[in-house]
Design a protein around this ligand. Structure first.
Ligand SMILES: *Cc1c(COP(=O)(O)O)cnc(C)c1O
Length: 361
């Protein structure tokens, strides 16, 4: 076989994104909604999908969906942009506000995609790590942006994987301190009472990200959106893939967004389950759960990787964050159905039980 010359040098240190999907009885590793779209709405979607022309290109900007979203938030179409999952829009932000000679401010531990996008776009990443309890080191962030070289910041609220929301007062102070683009990633915003959306009218440098993948049970459809100033959206339109959002996804997302009220009880149920699971975890010896404003909980346990294995042996897949020094001994568990959560709690109690330590494996 003839060989190929090496790829771009910056790929050498990179690994493909791996969600570590494994078959399991309780799939609690990806922060999805445990309940799929209900039957009646599914049928409505199926009827509409049947009528979608497959031979024609879709509307590149998905204007029908854009208008629906704009109307819901009292914005104009020019303040909304949809993408192939929030992930595409995160990359577009790095393409627009990052680049060679430019700087991204990251607040780790947080979603790993931001740093990967910075690398891909030859953007320098500066870190202001969170405190031990994963709250944002607000004064350090404000001091860092005051130096003037930061081009964009991502504030994840609620944060993944730690679960805590950023105080709205902090986001406002940040927006007042810098003209850097401040992307507030509210992928889990529907599980939390706070949103920075009310600030949109006041700040050109605020961009809010939301997704259909979590609360709205459409992770398989790939649909996310950003809300921001028309001047910012216009830049993102320059770098986006013209037909990234396919016609089937546009149709499904329109139907779900139109019917979003129907998801409210399920969202309330997930939040109630989160509080119940938090209480159960807090009562377990050796287990330290962090409070959460999202649909998952970060838990610190002794010998976390071993616990992850023992949970998996019992059919429960959670996400292992213990390889990252900032989340040493931490596992992240998504809130599932009540049965799935009970399976997890039972498996965790067993996994931590000392008597079995030597016996299994
Ligand atoms: C899940 C997630 C997203 C977006 O996911 P998509 O499925 O691409 O919409 C964005 N940010 C964070 C922090 C997430 O956890």
């Amino acid at each position: 076989m003839r060989s190929v010359r090496p790829p771009a040098a910056h790929l050498a240190r990179m690994q493909p994104y791996d969600p570590k999907y494994l078959p399991a009885r309780a799939f609690l590793s990806a922060n999805e909604n445990p309940l799929d779209v209900e039957d009646k709405l599914r049928q409505e979607i199926a009827r509409e999908l049947k009528r979608v022309p497959l031979n024609r290109y879709p509307d590149p900007l998905a204007n029908e969906l854009r208008d629906q979203i704009a109307r819901a938030y009292g914005l104009r179409r020019e303040q909304v942009l949809v993408g192939n999952g929030g992930d595409e829009l995160l990359f577009d932000v790095a393409l627009c506000w990052g680049g060679p000679g430019r700087t991204f401010l990251n607040l780790p531990p947080t979603f790993s995609v931001y740093e990967a996008n910075a690398r891909l776009t030859h953007t320098k990443t500066e870190n202001v790590p969170r405190r031990a309890d994963f709250s944002i080191d607000e004064e350090a962030v404000l001091a860092r942006v005051a130096r003037g070289d930061v081009d964009y910041v991502v504030v994840t609220s609620p944060n993944n994987p730690t679960g805590n929301a950023a105080p709205a007062g902090f986001v406002r102070r940040l927006l007042d301190t810098t003209d850097a683009l401040v992307m507030v990633d509210e992928a889990y915003g529907e599980f939390c009472d706070e949103s920075v959306m009310p600030l949109l009218g006041d700040y050109e440098n605020l961009l809010v990200l939301r997704t259909f993948s979590k609360a709205y049970a459409l992770a398989g459809v790939r649909m996310g959106y950003v809300l921001g100033a028309p001047t910012v959206i216009e830049q993102l339109c320059k770098v986006r893939q013209p037909y990234s959002v396919n016609a089937l996804s546009q149709t499904a997302a329109c139907a779900v967004f139109r019917n979003r009220e129907r998801f409210a009880p399920a969202i309330r149920g997930i939040v109630a389950e989160r509080e119940r699971v938090l209480g159960e975890l807090a009562a377990m010896p050796q287990v330290h759960p962090y409070r959460s404003d999202a649909n998952f909980i970060l838990v610190r346990v002794p010998d976390a990787h071993r616990v992850w294995e023992r949970l998996y042996d019992r059919g429960v897949l959670v996400r292992d964050f213990s390889g990252n020094p900032l989340t040493a001994d931490c596992l992240r568990v998504s809130i599932g159905t009540r049965q799935e959560n009970n399976l997890f709690l039972g498996a965790l109690a067993e996994a931590l039980g000392p008597s079995e330590r030597k016996a299994d494996r």
